[in-house]
Write a protein that binds this ligand. Structure first.
Ligand code: TYM
Length: 338
């Protein structure tokens, strides 16, 4: 058995819906992607087909997809270690998606809270069917690669549960075909909050970007956002998510970026003010994000290199996916072309 075969698999995906990833994506998921590639056989994809559920200008989608790949490389995804690819390069995602749609109950799909939230926001007339079937395509992304672990933030937990249910249902109806994956969610950083509205998660679709730290923003913009983060009117720097969500979020981010424990930070800042914490955290954030931004901008200067990485990743992903799809079709009784 080769080492790749003996390693457990991970798969995860991210949508190219915006010009930049944000700090929530980084701390909730992407950091884990980078760490797991050392110990796992890793498959990571930019899910451009999922991004079609939001109306986007074609030029922008194209640009954002390449910018997403550049950011993943800048964050430390190593394309010789991990299989980095674009979802639409592997048609088996749609093919398995259809099969899974045929074993998903309508009511089951209707219970997905992300669909409810997003469709409520845009209204019934502007909600597309693709948004409804979105989690089923996500299940196909995962099951195709026989992934053991799926590193994601808290907001994806329900989608991974659905994936597990569909995989188990298929296996019990048609015979063992899929590995049943576990969500890999890191408790402390699974839900990074918006800096202006610390009771809502940091999100690409926030009404205003004032509380969203973007990886591709200029350092001075990010420093300013941290310094003007919403906090309460007290003075004490203490982790208390219920009563002090703003300060707690800043401590979470500080701790995640520096490796210092929250307790240690509380001690260091005892007797100091919120202004001190924000100023120092602004330096920490800029110190971590500026080199990532610079590196992503460098990768974007060489589109041929990005294309070559994606070609290679697409081929590797495609052959794993094609094998699973053949097994699925055969298990269901579809006649092979021969
Ligand atoms: P997406 O593109 O919205 O987000 C990418 C990853 O970032 C995590 N995340 C957060 N983590 C902590 N705090 C936050 N505020 C925060 N905001 C976002 C998300 O949980 C996610 O892990 N449906 C997925 C994309 C997808 C996928 C997949 C993921 C498609 N196929 C297969 C895993 C496996 C999504 O919309 O992620």
């Amino acid at each position: 058995m080769s080492t790749e075969e003996s390693k457990e698999r991970v798969l995860s995906g991210i949508q190219p819906t915006h010009d930049s990833f944000h700090l929530g994506n980084h701390l909730g998921a992407l950091r884990q992607w980078v760490a797991l590639q050392d110990t796992h056989d890793a498959f990571y994809c930019v899910v451009d087909l999922h991004a079609l559920t939001i109306e986007t200008d074609p030029k922008l989608l194209h640009q954002r997809t390449l910018a997403s790949v550049a950011q993943l490389l800048a964050l430390g995804i190593n394309p010789t270690q991990s299989t980095l690819f674009i979802q639409s390069h592997v048609p088996a995602h749609n093919q398995l998606g259809w099969v899974l749609e045929c074993i998903t109950g309508f009511g089951e799909a209707n219970r997905m809270t992300q669909f409810k939230d997003k469709s409520q926001k845009s209204g019934a007339d502007r909600t597309v069917v693709g948004l409804f079937t979105y989690p089923i395509l996500q299940a196909a992304d995962i099951l195709l690669y026989q992934a053991n672990q799926v590193p994601v933030g808290e907001d994806q937990r329900q989608h991974i549960e659905l994936t597990r249910d569909l995989g188990q249902r298929f296996n019990s109806r048609f015979g063992e075909t899929f590995t049943i994956p576990d969500a890999h969610i890191i408790k402390g950083t699974a839900k990074i909050m918006d800096l202006q509205d610390p009771t809502s998660k940091m999100s690409k679709s926030a009404a205003t970007m004032a509380g969203v730290i973007e990886l591709m923003d200029a350092p001075e913009i990010n420093a300013k956002k941290v310094k003007s983060a919403m906090t309460d009117t007290e003075r004490e720097i203490k982790f208390d998510e219920k009563n002090k969500p703003g300060i707690s979020n800043l401590l979470t981010i500080y701790s995640a970026l520096t490796g210092q424990s929250i307790k240690q930070l509380e001690e260091n800042y005892s007797g100091k003010g919120y202004g001190d914490l924000k100023k120092e955290l602004a330096d920490v954030v800029v110190g971590v994000l500026e080199p990532i931004r610079n590196s992503a901008l460098d990768y974007l200067k060489d589109p041929a290199q990005l294309q070559s990485i994606l070609k290679d990743g697409g081929q590797r992903a495609g052959s794993v996916a094609a094998q699973t799809l053949r097994n699925v079709y055969s298990a269901m009784g579809l006649v092979a072309r021969g």
